[in-house]
Design a protein around this ligand. Structure first.
Ligand SMILES: Nc1ncnc2c1ncn2[C@@H]1O[C@H](COP(=O)(O)OP(=O)(O)OP(=O)(O)O)[C@@H](O)[C@H]1O
Ligand SMILES: [Mg+2]
Length: 312
């Protein structure tokens, strides 16, 4: 029998807001970021969450605009990720998923609650995190290979030859061997998105943030990419926070699926996925998998498409 834990995430205890208002760098193409992490907090005696969001509130407000013109995108969002977790986020369009991801990436400040990496407020973008955007955001004047090495050049940790070797390896991984000398405009949308993923992986991030990265990839390639992403994250102990509208994708990839409410977004339900990694493509055809997909769909849309009270 399939054993599954379903947890409603209510508001956690309120912590002082970080109120961070400075963003050092905007999102550069490929989302390679700069900052620092501390793997263990001394003296706590407990396992420190890699990522911890408590009562996070994020509002869009133009300078000088009134309350009426502001948009409260995320409110009371609570989420914890341990190292190597793969967590998928699903939720209605416009509920604040991308906003939340951008705050974790350090591109956006939060206005309330706390958002911490290894017990420290997120100071801004950092090399410990990489983001894969929904739209491929490659530098059109650089070759595919040079796009993948871009973040490594910024980090200056590897010599050019090493960086190019690593980039070639990653292009093999995403099924683009032999395309290194092409330019982005010479690739299909799905191929560009795979270069995006290779570029994010090139910097060896601890936390990979993915915003519907496979939405524009054909169904068959998407399934292969999902398995490959899971394999890479498992092998490299990468923690992943993955936003998707595709419930099947969430069920295949995640250790936990978090369901966001409509805006202002917060997590109304977490569903623990019981499948071991590595996951075989045949898993998708199992009864347990289909039951899980149903369960996520019900959490998202309600039984017979009628939204749950919290999702209304
Ligand atoms: N730069 C911005 N300025 C003002 N409001 C914004 C901005 N970006 C997003 N919003 C608003 O914040 C809310 C959440 O947007 P967000 O992009 O986070 O949603 P989402 O859950 O990612 O949606 P989708 O699934 O369609 O991608 C929406 O109401 C949107 O209009
Ligand atoms: Mg979005």
């Amino acid at each position: 029998m399939l054993i599954r834990m379903v947890r409603n995430t209510g508001s956690a205890e309120t912590h002082p807001g970080t109120g961070r208002s400075d963003v050092r760098d905007g999102p550069i193409a490929g989302g390679i970021l700069a900052g620092s992490v501390r793997p263990d907090a001394p003296g706590t005696g407990t396992t420190l969450a890699h990522l911890s969001a408590r009562d996070v509130r994020i509002e869009y407000r133009s300078p000088g605009s009134s309350d009426a013109d502001s948009t409260l995108a995320v409110d009371n969002a609570n989420l914890e990720l341990q190292r190597s977790d793969f967590v998928c986020v699903v939720g209605p369009s416009g509920c604040g998923k991308t906003t939340f991801l951008n705050a974790v990436a350090g591109f956006l400040p939060i206005q309330g609650g706390s958002l911490e990496l290894d017990g420290k407020d997120i100071p801004g973008p950092g090399p410990d995190r990489a983001m894969v955007f929904q739209q491929a955001s490659l530098l059109p004047w650089r070759t595919v290979l040079d796009n993948v090495t871009y973040g490594l050049e910024l980090g200056r940790k590897l010599k050019r030859a090493q960086a190019r070797d690593r980039a070639r390896g990653l292009l093999d991984t995403v099924g683009l061997s032999g395309f290194g000398d092409r330019y982005p405009a010479q690739l299909s949308g799905g191929m560009q998105q795979r270069v995006n993923l290779a570029r994010a992986l090139a910097v060896d991030p601890e936390l990979l943030l993915l915003d519907e990265p496979f939405a524009s990839i054909d169904a068959q390639t998407r399934e292969v990419m999902q398995a490959e992403l899971l394999r890479i994250c498992t092998a490299r102990h990468v923690t992943a926070l993955f936003v998707t509208h595709d419930i099947t994708e969430a069920a295949f990839l995640a250790d936990r699926v978090c369901v966001f409410s409509p805006r202002p977004g917060h997590i109304v339900r977490e569903i623990t996925v019981p499948f071991e990694r590595p996951r075989d493509q045949r898993l998708r055809r199992s009864r347990e998998f289909m039951e899980l997909v149903d369960e996520i769909a019900e959490a998202l849309y309600g039984r017979a498409g009628i939204p749950d009270e919290e999702l209304r």
